[in-house]
Design a protein around this ligand. Structure first.
Ligand code: PSU
Ligand code: MN
Length: 340
């Protein structure tokens, strides 16, 4: 509480981000269990670039120790381009905006820490009340980013409409969250296990801009640079991304934006092969009932694709996340310059 109280002091820096500080201030007034890392707090108070990072990919998306190494390299990529990383997670029922190294290790070491939960919006209240550890999905990470006033969030793949959702109704809470949080989410598209066409339709209905970031307007499919679908918008540089976020802020729009960054070229060939494993894993999940097991579906599919490809999916997964971290950092830097 002491740390965040600093934000409330009326300095020129805190006046500049009064609106951001106010929702955090309101939470703190309620004694909400939230700790903003001093480095992140300092950056936010001075309008410096910050990039949020999620933790479900660490706790439920990748095996140990690759998950921990990736979490560290992603943070270091954000720093390389001049921004401050804020990895978000839940430790014993306290929301952490920026994890200490030992906290990151604690969440990542899924051999020891077996009860860490996957946190979507619906899980936040219960997990805090029961003092659990948790990895935040895109939805929960968007919520805490918006609360703290962080404008950019980098990850691997956004959740979306699952295949067969017309019967299972499995649609990730990530999509709705993008209507409530004015944050730019940078990802390599949506997970390839999804129904990409329906996910894009749903985002259109929700009013969330989908923007390809790169040389074509192809909407990327995580492991591959192409999904067969097009994005309605395309940009090629961080300043354009920052301008989109800025325009939405000027008009008080509550929604964020999805910036879809294709996986680096070098991984395109293996991407085709991975996609075949994805198709097989999805069929298996329909046959064995995993596709009807709610939040367990995604982690099961990712693990199965890893098995089927002898770990090749992991290398691609790491490469694409490291890449979105760089782009997210650049967008955050551009935004901080616009907002000055
Ligand atoms: N994509 C991945 N690995 C992951 C996820 C996405 O390659 O671990 C996680 C993200 O945190 C995303 C979540 O927000 O899965 C979506 O889960 P669900 O489909 O259950 O909403
Ligand atoms: Mn789901």
């Amino acid at each position: 509480r002491r740390r965040a109280a600093l934000l409330l002091r009326p300095s020129t820096a805190s006046l500049r981000c009064t609106r951001q500080a106010s929702s955090l201030a309101a939470a703190l007034k309620e004694h909400a269990p939230i700790d903003v890392h001093p480095e992140v707090q300092e950056a936010l108070a001075h309008g410096q670039p910050v990039v949020a990072l999620e933790t479900t990919i660490i706790t439920h998306g990748m095996p140990y120790p690759a998950n921990l190494e990736t979490a560290r390299s992603v943070e270091s990529n954000v720093r390389k381009v001049g921004a401050i990383p804020a990895t978000i997670g839940l430790i014993e029922g306290r929301v952490k905006i920026g994890l200490e190294p030992h906290e990151l290790e604690r969440l990542a070491d899924v051999r020891k820490n077996t009860s860490v939960v996957k946190l979507s919006r619906r899980d936040i209240g219960p997990a805090i009340a029961l003092k659990r550890d948790g990895g935040t999905t895109c939805s929960a990470t968007l919520i805490f980013s918006a609360l703290a006033g962080i404008k950019v969030f980098s990850t691997g793949g956004l959740g979306g409409v699952h295949r067969g959702a017309e019967t299972t109704m499995d649609i990730s809470a990530d999509l709705h969250e993008l209507t409530r949080c004015p944050v730019g989410l940078v990802s390599a598209g949506v997970k390839s296990i999804l129904d990409i066409g329906r996910t894009l339709e749903y985002l259109e209905t929700l009013g969330v801009p989908v923007v390809s970031y790169g040389p074509t307007d192809d909407f990327p499919a995580f492991y591959s640079r192409h999904s067969g679908f097009k994005s309605p918008w395309r940009i090629e540089d961080p300043v354009s991304a920052a301008r989109i976020l800025h325009a939405q802020k000027q008009f008080g729009l509550s929604n964020g934006a999805l910036f879809a960054v294709p996986i680096p070229e070098a991984y395109e060939a293996v991407g085709q092969e991975l996609q075949r494993a994805v198709e097989q894993a999805v069929l298996e999940s329909e046959a064995n009932g995993m596709s009807r097991r709610g939040k367990e579906a995604t982690p099961w599919l990712l693990r199965r694709v890893g098995e089927l490809t002898a770990g090749k999916s992991l290398a691609s997964n790491i490469a694409l996340i490291e890449n979105t971290a760089l782009v997210g950092g650049q967008i955050a830097v551009a935004y901080s310059q616009l907002a000055k």
